[in-house]
Design a protein around this ligand. Sequence first.
Ligand code: BYC
Ligand code: FE
Ligand code: FE
Length: 473
Amino acid sequence: MTQIDYSQKIPNNVDLSSDKRLQRALEKWQPNYIDWWKSVGPTDFNENEVYLRTAVSVDRDGWAHFGYVKMPEYRWGIFLTPREGEKKIGFGDHMGEDAWEQVPGEYRNWLRRLIVTQGDTEPASVEQQRLLGHTAPSLYDMRNLFQVNVEEGRHLWAMVYLLHSYFGRDGREEADELLERRSGNPDHPRILTTFNEPCEDWLSFFCFTMFTDRDGKYQLLSLAESGFDPLARTCQFMLTEEAHHMFVGQTGVARTIQRTCELLNEHDGKDVREYGAIPLELIQRYVNFWSSSSYDLFGAEVSSNSANFFRAGLKGRAYEEKQGDHRALDQVFDMEMWDDGKLTKEEVPLRNAMNEVLREQYLEDCLKGVEYWNRVCERAGIDFRFTLPHRRFHRQIGMYSQGFFDPAGNPIDEATYEARKADWLPSAEDRAYVQSLMKPERRPGHFASWIAPPAKGINGQPVELEYVKLARN
Ligand code: BYC
Ligand code: FE
Ligand code: FE
């Protein structure tokens, strides 16, 4: 029952072959997807064998198979966590009613919008990362990049399945448009801010997978609570893949820090740039940029959209079962409002604060990652400590975007902000320096100057494995 049918053109565990219309529609979308992959997915390397994991079952244990595949031949498929007994809606006004197997008519537009927004981020990230294969600091890292890319491709499939299967003609149109918008294209951009930012070096990639993929984790957790059961089960399975993406980010930054610490110790605190590594302060500025950009992805602090999604039972909190009152009807949230140039406390109806609730859950998780980086410094005997910028720092979305704040969240005036900006966010010079280090290292088991090797390889394989087989001629 949980086995995935790989004899089909589109591997799936949703019995696709029993619905010929749906199957035909998806098989029609499939070549457009492959065209999209070839034209704006990873440049080159599509002919190379990559040591990738592919989902072969939706069981918790042993769900993945590892082996060499060429990326365009990756078996992108449709996998939902199996249904468990009688599912009930777990929050909002419909709490306790049977979960929906079909789209409830009154919520159709909201639901479609949530699915489209989620779906849009997946191909966007692949587009953002398309050039990075050329400058990979090792074959191990190159493989991780491609693993993330193929799985984001699969996440797009996951949302396209829902659109095709449950939203009829407009769902099919939305699915086509998911292949038409382009990250960073001013005329036809991706929907959310962070997914239009350039991601042109590996420090950005690691920060992106640390912070932006982690937004993905929290959005998926909240959608995995959905009363629309097909969405909930789709997101549950996506979360199993997501863990590796954040591992890539967290350990990628940690290995960069470790390399810098080693050089600081070897050369007695000299400027590590002389040895081709990245100064810790510069890493902090990248952390500040990508984390704050990712804070924006939770939307405005006070949001009637978020109240509607919650009320309707479409989008809950992460780990809803651990929350107190699942209706959240009479509770309030103590919000720090930025109002007319001042911070004031105000009680906001909890449902209207759901974006902020989720952002708080996310911030706690990010903090653990930062603590992990600080243990790297500590173990090396280096004084430096990383910090997570305050949720008010450097925002483009929500009420704090109206003011200026330092990384600790203190209000400051614009002149001070402008004067200190280069201490807090990557400057053009920082970016140029990081870019100058982006020289490919393609010998198995070797690593670029700026990054330490990982503690272990992928799937119990040695670090020296030829994770991507590059043609030698
Ligand atoms: N950029 O009421 P508000 C992932 C818009 S990442 C641009 O606060 P709401 C992944 C908003 O659309 C997870 N626009 O919004 C990671 C609205 O527009 P309209 C992706 C923004 O709806 C790495 C207006 O501002 N999943 O999976 O409460 C690699 C008012 O805003 C932004 C989801 O996002 C922004 N940052 O909250 C690969 C889940 N923020 O209506 C993949 C689905 C807000 O005025 N999405 N706006 O035209 C949602 O749940 C919600 O749409 C949001 C926004 C939380 C994003
Ligand atoms: Fe994803
Ligand atoms: Fe991801």
